[in-house]
Design a protein around this ligand. Sequence first.
Ligand code: ZN
Ligand code: ZN
Length: 366
Amino acid sequence: MTAIDSTTADAATAVAASATAIDTTANPTSGTGKAAALAAGRKAPLSDLQDEPRGTFEKVLVGIFVAVPMLALVAAIPLAWGWGLGWHDVILAVAFYLITGLGISMGFHRYFTHSSFKASTGLRIALAIAGSLALEKSVLEWVADHRRHHKYSDRDGDPHSPWRFGDDWKALTKGLVYAHVGWLFDDERTSQEKFCPDLLADKNIVRISRLFPVLTAVSLLAPALIGGLWAWSWQGAVTAFFWATLVRVAFLHHVTWSINSICHTFGKEEFEVRDKSRNVNWLAILSFGESWHNLHHSDPTCARHGALRGQIDIAARLIWFCEKLGWAYDVRWPDEARLSGKRTGTRRLGSMTRRAAPEPIGRPAP
Ligand SMILES: [Zn+2]
Ligand SMILES: [Zn+2]
């Protein structure tokens, strides 16, 4: 396996860093800015948004993908007590949840969006495919949206801030629903040219992104196929489809969306931030460490989000494991010197932290 081109990785870091920086310039989406630039013979600045808005057909599709698994989840509860839940279904559902959830957390989020580590070509491709199977948009769309979220974070321009409508309880309730799922139906599409030129320059990633409809079909049908063959019955296929496709997709969707809604509203501010991101401990295991979202906004390129002692971060552990195998390298582990000034409490940083050099004791002997 060859390592990816270091210039691509550097470009990714630069884009990720610039997406994180607070942009104080006027929103370059305005047509007047574009026209003036063109009249002056300059290249028009890249807009935050794609020229083409989201169409009705696409919104209907999103609606189906949101509603059907959710209804399945509601129906799942009485079903679990009756018929149709066996060990095969549990194993398949957990396996697909792990693959797709870690594909989002370690892959789409920490690797592709924030360049928290560098990866061998094989790992890079595996992460792009695993994340796509989560059915949370293609890798290019996911990364573009998320970099825009960090650029504006709880201010105008953030695609999914719960504080968008105000901070009284009515506005916040509306905002929570919007940040959780409503934003998926927005007309606006984030510009990939502006937010992920590094990924557009990689033919493999563009190809995987274009294959999203095929990967969607794989994610929907593979559990049924495996379950059917395993049990050697149609019923095995049907129950595997129900649990390991519908329920698994719905569950992961809601966990991921909770990072946008709950983790920007409730929880602890353990590191100083300029937005409303918070650490939420009860979501840590289900989200593979993503719910340590306050540390993440405080230090976006850090590979371990649960940086404090005792904060479980499964995705960070997997990165650590891949580093040991040589598949991941140049990992940006928590840095004591960088984080100590941002901490609001006295709790110590956990394992995997790069410790600051110890203070010299007294003067060296002459
Ligand atoms: Zn992020
Ligand atoms: Zn956030």
